[in-house]
Design a protein around this ligand. Structure first.
Ligand code: DQA
Length: 140
């Protein structure tokens, strides 16, 4: 069984993207943190990022085959995508929603999430450590 760690649009630019908001860590650093954490927890992970909504939906659907849980930072799709929400509810795996920033102290359009009410848990505002905390819960 595998924990899918899926990242949405523009997260490939972490490190250079608005560093005052998102910090200087890159997606590669997040992947490293997730791999180290997964090894400590003795779980397998699939770590991926895409800028294409349909690809994200395909991955969520595929997780039905061997997935144990989903850890997703849906990035901007958090606030826009009924399709990603529907994919998550279709696969019926526990979802842990992660945001690097505290979306609630940002623009009002970031306060609503199409995923939070179908998530097992939501972590935001703890930087990249949020991924680590989500993995710890997802591995239980
Ligand atoms: C984000 C928050 C979203 O509002 C934003 O669109 C992102 C990243 C975060 O990790 O803080 O791209 O999900």
């Amino acid at each position: 069984k595998t924990i899918y760690v899926l990242n949405g649009p523009n997260l490939n630019l972490l490190g250079t993207r608005e560093p005052e908001t998102y910090g200087s860590d890159t997606l590669a650093t997040i992947e490293e943190l997730c791999r180290t954490t997964a090894a400590q927890l003795d779980v397998a992970i699939e770590f991926r990022q895409t800028n294409h909504e349909g690809e994200m939906i395909d991955w969520i659907q595929q997780s039905r085959l061997d997935g144990h849980a989903l850890v997703i930072n849906p990035a901007a799709w958090t606030h826009t995508s009924v399709a990603i929400r529907d994919a998550v509810t279709a696969v019926a795996l526990p979802l842990y929603e992660v945001h690097i920033t505290n979306v609630h102290k940002r623009e009002p359009f970031r306060h609503h999430s199409f995923l939070s009410d179908v998530a097992k848990g939501v972590i935001c505002g703890y930087g990249i450590r949020g991924y680590q905390y989500a993995l710890m819960e997802a591995a239980r």
